[in-house]
Design a protein around this ligand. Structure first.
Ligand SMILES: [Fe+2]
Length: 292
């Protein structure tokens, strides 16, 4: 159903309502609990939000030899994305991780020099390449890797990543303190690794050592405790996938350094859950085409 009037708006903190108009003044200043709201009220509460999730850019300041074909695309496409986003009507952008291919300061400086031209709000999720040198480098450039933000009544969770060395091997782990999250708020989760099974159509995902791709799967148990989990967005596998499980949308986006890149996502309203449309390469490398 189309939202014709915006009855409610949220305070910046996302949990308290600032104003009301439909005899719902009992909600003012209270912590939102969706279960307390009548079904008819819900459709007025959630504003449309529009956001773009950008796949792994893998920008490199150290391009050499045959690496050019891979990383040069990431560098150029990040610039394209910035230009595209600046012209788009979106509330925010999420870079889903692997900003710098080698995790170095030099490559991150290059990323930041491109992102300084971005005039929309943006968030960066930490990926495995971002912590090659250290977690501190990521946080120096992009802020805390574990964070909760509120936009237009939606709770946004950004999940961290770290390496753990056990005896002779290093494994990737996700990190987040779920006690700090509101289990009832309409929630969008951004995490570098996919939390669902790897898509069977993804041929390059069929590697022997899959745990590096599946490091985030264990987080599903935590996510299942949320009452209004709208969408979970990931990168890492550089493959587009989109599925709905128990009413939650799970999306993986392709990497910027791959053939296709970036998905343009639009939350329509609560009852429709998450709308979805994609930006793909057009005929040429430098042309962007939007499909609705
Ligand atoms: Fe990646």
């Amino acid at each position: 159903m189309k939202i014709t009037r915006r009855k409610f708006i949220f305070a910046c903190g996302g949990a308290a309502l600032l104003s009301t108009g439909m005899g719902g003044s009992e909600y003012i200043g209270k912590i939102l609990n969706l279960n307390q709201l009548a079904e008819k009220d819900k459709e007025f509460i959630f504003s449309d939000i529009r956001f773009i999730v950008v796949g792994d850019p893998h920008v490199s300041a150290n391009i050499k030899g045959n690496e050019v074909n891979i990383t040069d695309k990431g560098n150029k496409r990040l610039e394209q994305v910035v230009n595209f986003v600046n012209k788009s009507d979106v509330d925010f952008v999420v870079f889903i991780g692997d900003m710098a291919n080698d995790g170095s300061r030099k490559s991150n400086e290059l990323v930041k020099s491109i992102l300084k031209n971005l005039d929309k709000k943006y968030y960066v999720v930490a990926g495995n390449h971002d912590i090659i040198v250290s977690n501190n480098i990521f946080e120096k450039y992009y802020g805390p890797m574990e964070r909760i933000e509120y936009i237009k009544g939606y709770q946004l969770l950004f999940i961290g990543i770290y390496k753990e060395t056990n005896e002779d091997r290093t494994v990737l782990k996700w990190s987040f303190d779920f006690n700090k999250a509101d289990k009832d708020a309409p929630t969008l989760v951004f995490i570098h690794g996919p939390v669902t099974d790897l898509p069977i159509e993804c041929l390059h995902c069929q590697i022997k050592n899959k745990e590096i791709l599946e490091y985030a799967k264990g987080i599903r148990t935590e996510l299942e405790r949320f009452n209004n989990l709208i969408g979970v967005y990931s990168g890492h596998i550089h493959y587009d996938s989109d599925q709905i499980i128990n009413g939650t949308r799970y999306v993986t986006v392709n990497g910027l350094n791959n053939f296709r890149f970036a998905n343009y996502l639009k939350v329509v309203n609560f009852s429709d859950k998450v709308g979805y449309s994609a930006i793909k390469d057009g005929k040429s490398y430098f042309e962007l085409v939007t499909y609705m």
